[in-house]
Design a protein around this ligand. Structure first.
Ligand SMILES: *[C@@H]1O[C@H](CO)[C@@H](O)[C@H](O)[C@H]1NC(C)=O
Length: 208
């Protein structure tokens, strides 16, 4: 009698199954390393699991002629805790998503319109890049610097998925030239000359 009960106990206690089906993010509560706190399940509706924003083209009237529309946990609370999220990428002719990283997750990009030259640089500084056409997919390993450039004369569109509900986005040029890090420190850490740094700060909204 005792033995079967013991096995049943082991079955449950050693299980790594989630104790809940989902944890829709409560965006009003603070975010911790594991994501947002869970919204009260009795208040969850189907709309928490649907995000309709990716059908709308992003506004590419900007310096990079590109737009990234995220459906991360902050915009799409249903993905909170599920290690998954999406985004839409619009590239006008001449558009580029400059070198950037997603510290929190790997990325898969699916081209649905136009041609995109995409690539990444490994930790060993090896470059992997290719011009992708409609239907091609490319994977960008977590944390590595990568880019996407419109490689055709018309609008290019891609959808991307991430292995994180909050993969983050840090664009290298803005990290270097879009803030108030003093020019002499940018020069010391990049080996660029001050005139070029000040010019880029002017373009990208930096000071100092
Ligand atoms: C797109 O962004 C530009 C620059 O911020 C703005 O002037 C324009 O009104 C925006 N267009 C739309 C359709 O929102």
């Amino acid at each position: 009698m005792i033995l079967p009960l013991f096995f049943i106990f082991c079955l449950f206690s050693s299980s790594h199954a989630a104790v809940q089906d989902f944890c829709v993010g409560d965006l009003k509560a603070p975010q911790g390393p594991a994501g947002y706190s869970c919204k009260d399940p009795s208040k969850v509706t189907v709309n928490d699991f649907v995000f309709s924003g990716l059908g709308i083209p992003g506004n590419t009237s900007n310096l990079i002629k590109a737009a990234v529309t995220p459906a991360f946990a902050a915009q799409f609370p249903g993905v909170n805790g599920l290690d998954i999220s999406s985004a839409r990428l619009d590239l006008a002719p001449g558009g580029v998503v400059p070198f950037h990283t997603h510290p929190g997750g790997s990325e898969i990009l699916v081209v649905v319109q136009g041609r995109i030259c995409a690539g990444f640089v490994s930790s060993a500084n090896t470059v992997y890049f290719k011009t992708l056409k409609k239907g091609d997919i490319m994977v960008f390993p977590q944390g590595l610097l990568h880019f996407q450039i419109n490689a055709g004369g018309s609008v290019a569109i891609a959808f991307v998925s991430f292995s994180s509900a909050s993969p983050g986005l840090q664009i290298l040029d803005y990290a270097l030239f879009g803030n108030n890090l003093p020019t002499e420190l940018v020069a010391a850490t990049t080996f660029l000359d001050a005139a070029q740094i000040k010019k880029l700060k002017g373009v990208l909204g930096g000071t100092g």
